[in-house]
Design a protein. Sequence first.
Length: 237
Amino acid sequence: MTAPKSGSPSASANELLARIVSGKHASGSQLPPEPALCEAFGVSRTVVREAMKLLQEKGLVLVRQGSGTVVTPPESWKMLDELVLAASIAEDRNLTILDDLVVTRRLLESDMAHVAASAATAETIERLGSLVDQMDRLVDVVSEYTEHDRAFHDVIMRASGNRIARAVVRALESQAKNTARYMGQTSRDLCIASNRGHRAIYERIAAADPEGAGREMFRHITEAWLARQGARSGLAR
């Protein structure tokens, strides 16, 4: 994504978004008045007003004519918005947002695996088996293993036919996959353990076992996340 030009409404909105997400402008507080924001960002009132519109569209502020602009509570933020999610992940010091992301992904992918076990074609099953075998050979090449890992999950999501759930998972992962805190620890042993989970999912789908496929996907996503984070206990849900 191309970075917005300095002095543009998008650039001002991004800066204010970061300040809101970080808590510098707390929920329920009023943002500085227009003149102060114009001075702080070196922009015109028109630019500030456009920035406020962008933030309001993302659910971060409520613009009240005559009484200023109020920061809304996090529950009102549009978390699937690319910029809101990226800023929230960047400020997620105790992994609360990333834990929520993994819980959401686990819920959706478990259901998609459940459906895929009934809907998968012979071609899909062959593709999953091939990916699992390739990952067994790539446990020493983490970058390539990771690419195949994502392909494996995407084949299952496509097989489920649930385009909305797949889009949500892909949107969530697009903002998290390149962050060190999401990727966590990486090693040969973790890749080996992860692929045991993939193979268990593949075997349940190949056996046309929806309950088993959903269960194995739930277990795999949980265990892989905790392993990458050094067996933290934060994903007890």
